[in-house]
Ligand binder design. Sequence first.
Ligand code: RIB
Length: 312
Amino acid sequence: MVISFGSINMDLVVRCDRAPDQGETIVSTGWLTNPGGKGANQAVQAARLRAETVLVGRVGSDAFGRDVMNGLSAYGVDVGRVMVDPVLPTGVACILVERGGENRIVVVPGANGAVGAAELKTLDSLLQPGVVLLLQCEIPFGIVREAARVAHLRGATVILDPSPWGSLILTPGVFADVDYLMPNEGEARALAGTTDLNKAAAVLLGLGARTVVVKRGEKGVFAVGAFESPDVPAFSVPSVDTTAAGDSFQGAFAASLDLGFDLDTALCRAMAAGALTVTRPGAQQSMPDEAEVTEFLEARLRTGEYSPKQQI
Ligand code: RIB
C-alpha cells in the first residue's frame, strides 16, 4: 500500500509567454483550474500505476474541496480519511507557466496548514511493514517529521519531497527517518547551502537521509547513499508544462516499490512517468497510467534510449 500524507490544493494556472518583471503587466495566453497539491498529486500518480493508494490530508468545506475530492476518487485514490476543516478553506496554488513549460508556484496553505494530530492518528492506524509513505512539505514541518518517525518505527519505507524547501527546519539528524530524500537540484542546493550538487547530496546524507535522489529535470537524476545510481539520463520529450513532474516522479517511484520493482527499474519508471507528465498541461490531469508508462518504456527500448538492468 502507498500512503500519501500531505497537501491537497486547487491549482489556478495562468499561461504566459514569460513571467512579468516587477511592476510589469503582461497578457496571458490562457488559464485553467485543476486539482493539485503535492500530496494529492503524488497519490494520483501512485494510483494511476495501480498501487493501492490512500491519501491523508485536509480540505475546506467549500466547492474547491468537493471538486478535488471528486477528482481524486475518480483516479482511484482512497480519500475516505481526508478530513474536512469546518473553518479553513481548501488550499490554493497560483501557478504561472511560461511558454517553455517552466513554472513558478505560490501556495496558499488553507486547510493544509491545519494538518496535525488528528491526521497523525489516522496515519498511525494505517501503518504496517511494507507500506510506502510519501511525504512533502506543504503541511507543517513538525507534523511531517513526526509522520516520518512513526512510519519508520512501524517498518514503512519513507520518501520525502523537501518542497517547498523554505518550510524545512534543518537540525542535526533531521532526515534520520527518511529512506529516500528527493529534492530537485534547486532544493538540494538551497538546503545544503552549496552550488556543488555532489557536495549538496553529501550534506543531505549527513543530515540522516539513507539515500538522496537529486532530480535534475531534463538532465536526469542521480542517487547517492544506501542506493547508488550515478547518472540516470532523462527521456527527451517536448515540454508543455513541468508542473507536477516531480510529483509524478515520486508517486511512480513509490508505486513501483510497492509493486515489487527493483530500485533501478523503479527509477526508470519514475523518469518515464515524469517525462510523460511534462508533455501535458496541468497537474493530476497530466499524469500517465500504467499502460502509457509501459508503452513509453517499450518504445524507448526499441530506439535504444532505455536499456533496463531488469525487466520492465
Ligand atoms: O508540485 C506541483 C504542485 O505544487 C501543484 O499542483 C501545486 O498545487 C503545488 O502544491
